[in-house]
Design a protein around this ligand. Structure first.
Ligand code: NAD
Length: 242
């Protein structure tokens, strides 16, 4: 497939770029330069015209864009980048008849419920409930996705990781050191492989998929269903329990 990967310079996006490129023709898009990829499109997801031009000529979109963590405070642009940016991508995907849209969501869409083990987080736990600005932006991204499926029949898969780390370097997205594992951890390569599986899966109308890589994660969320539906399994697992 001809795939537009947005957020390709990011923590998840960079490894997704490598994995997707194994079997697909990938165009990378990011507001930042991507080392070793001079052909990548340098663009802002808030610039609708640039987004529409980037989406044209592709069969699928895989979105990993996220505003930096510092951008959600004090009236920063984080909420707008995540929500309007996602809308721009879905709208451009509709205009260009995109066949599959894979969106990186987050377990944050359920942070308004009492956490596990009080609540078992399932793909169909609805209404969504978020706490905090970032989480609300992820909730609104999913609602936008749901709406584009309902109104326009777009095939959309949302992947819901919890705490993404690099298990080799033991760092988070922001480069902070990870001291020990917690039940929500997943390596960024396994998030990327879930995006690939969701891109290639048959029969997706609108579906959300939790991904997790610890025994505690399997007790907290319905990740077994993700394995069944997507044929996905984490390659890197951690011993952390709930
Ligand atoms: N990091 C985590 O722990 C975590 C947990 C759950 C879900 N997620 C989700 O996973 C996805 C990927 O996160 P990540 O950790 O790779 O983040 P990241 O910050 O490393 O990557 C995001 C990318 O988006 C790009 N970007 C930001 N603003 C942009 C704009 N206006 N236009 C174009 N590109 C822009 C950035 O340059 C960056 O390369 C996001 O959707 C995030 O919400 C992350």
């Amino acid at each position: 497939m001809r795939v537009l990967l947005t957020g390709a310079a990011g923590f998840v996006g960079r490894v997704a770029l490598d994995q997707l490129s194994e079997n697909h023709e990938v165009t990378a898009f990011d507001v930042r330069l991507i080392e070793g990829h001079p052909d990548a499109i340098l663009g802002d997801v808030l610039d609708y015209k640039a987004v529409e031009e980037a989406v044209a000529g592709h069969d699928a979109v895989v979105n990993t864009i996220m505003a930096p963590n510092a951008a959600y405070n004090d009236g920063g642009p984080g909420f707008t980048i995540n929500t309007v940016g996602a809308y721009n991508l879905f709208e451009a995907a509709r205009v260009h008849g995109i066949k599959r849209f894979v969106h990186t969501s987050s377990g944050a869409v359920h942070t308004g419920y009492p956490g596990p083990p009080e609540t078992f987080l399932t793909h169909d736990l609805y209404p969504l409930r978020a706490s905090g600005t970032y989480a609300l932006s992820k909730l609104l991204q999913e609602e936008t996705a749901r709406n584009f499926h309902q109104q326009h029949g777009m095939s959309i898969a949302c992947i819901r990781p919890w705490g993404i780390i690099d298990a080799e370097k033991m760092i988070t997205t922001d480069g902070h050191a990870v001291e020990g594992h917690s039940w929500g951890h997943i390596d960024r390569r396994d998030v990327a492989s879930a995006l690939v599986c969701a891109l290639e899966a048959d029969d997706i109308g609108y579906e959300c998929f939790y991904v997790m890589a610890t025994p505690g994660g399997y007790k907290a969320v319905d990740v077994a269903r993700t394995e069944e539906r997507l044929g996905w399994k984490p390659a890197i697992t951690f011993p952390a329990d709930l």
